[in-house]
Design a protein around this ligand. Structure first.
Ligand code: NI
Length: 267
């Protein structure tokens, strides 16, 4: 599989969970823009078959290499960013929840669902693992609440599985939009909510400035019925040149920390 097929499949899965992505990309295309993605992000937990080391094999197989590690102490996450030798390809950001930071109740739920994964529900030898959906039976609504009380991130993974969490428009490549704030105002003009946690534009004055929407909501199946929960959001990034004269390619932990909150329940 080449990277074009990989991202086409991811985009289709993301669109199925994120109606706002269609609204925003249509708005940009109507302005004559050609959308280039800065990065796509995934979430996982450090248990069983779905550890970061297991999942990243398919990213490396696509020709990506590790760029830099990140840790988010408050959110209990470790992450790696990955970069492709072809600079037109989006970067990939893969984060993972530390099992030692889970509450006993959360760990019990996560272990139960993750230990049921088998090669039929999750094919670790295929990049399709990133868009095939939740590789375990639905959890109950009570379990979702237990996980969400511990960490919104854990509840997201348990309810939705290994899926694209967000796509990120690269503002550097847009012709009619120059700043993250301008992009956020356009997003609001079509009726969507912006993540204001830590300020609208994260990393102002730093080498990477980012903003995002608040996640779409979707009806998701739980073992005891269907409920509407936050799914995915759309992110916007503008990169600046570092002292070496090259565009910064990394990520800024303090900004990403607040952007994780784009999937918090806000209604
Ligand atoms: Ni991101």
């Amino acid at each position: 599989m080449d990277t074009t097929q990989f991202f086409d499949n991811l985009w289709a899965d993301y669109m199925s969970m994120t109606p706002q992505a269609n609204q925003i990309s249509t708005m940009l295309r109507d302005r004559g823009e050609n959308i280039i993605n800065d990065h796509v992000a995934f979430r996982t937990v450090g248990l069983g078959a779905i550890t970061l080391l297991n999942l990243e094999r398919q990213i490396l197989a696509l020709g990506y290499s590790r760029l830099a590690p990140y840790s988010f102490e408050e959110k209990h996450l470790d992450a790696w960013s990955y970069i492709h030798p072809d600079p037109s390809q989006p970067k990939i950001f893969l984060s993972s929840f530390r099992p030692l930071c889970m509450s006993e109740a959360s760990l019990k739920i996560m272990l139960r669902i993750i230990l049921k994964i088998n090669s039929e529900t999750l094919d670790l030898s295929s990049p399709s693992l990133f868009w095939r959906g939740r590789p375990w039976d639905p959890i109950s609504w009570d379990e979702y609440q237990i996980l969400a009380a511990d960490s919104e991130y854990l509840a997201w993974v348990a309810a939705l599985g290994i899926r694209p969490n967000h796509f990120t428009v690269n503002i550097n490549h847009l012709n009619t939009i120059d700043s993250v704030e301008q992009m956020l105002e356009l997003v609001e003009s079509i009726g969507l909510k912006v993540n204001e946690s830590g300020g609208r534009v994260k990393g102002k004055g730093l080498l990477l400035e980012q903003g995002s929407t608040m996640a779409s909501h979707m009806d998701v199946e739980f073992s005891d019925g269907v409920r509407s929960i936050p799914t995915c959001y759309y992110e916007f990034a503008k990169r600046h040149k570092g002292p070496d004269g090259e565009l910064f390619q990394g990520f800024v932990t303090s900004s990403a920390d607040k952007i994780f909150e784009s999937t918090n329940e806000n209604t």
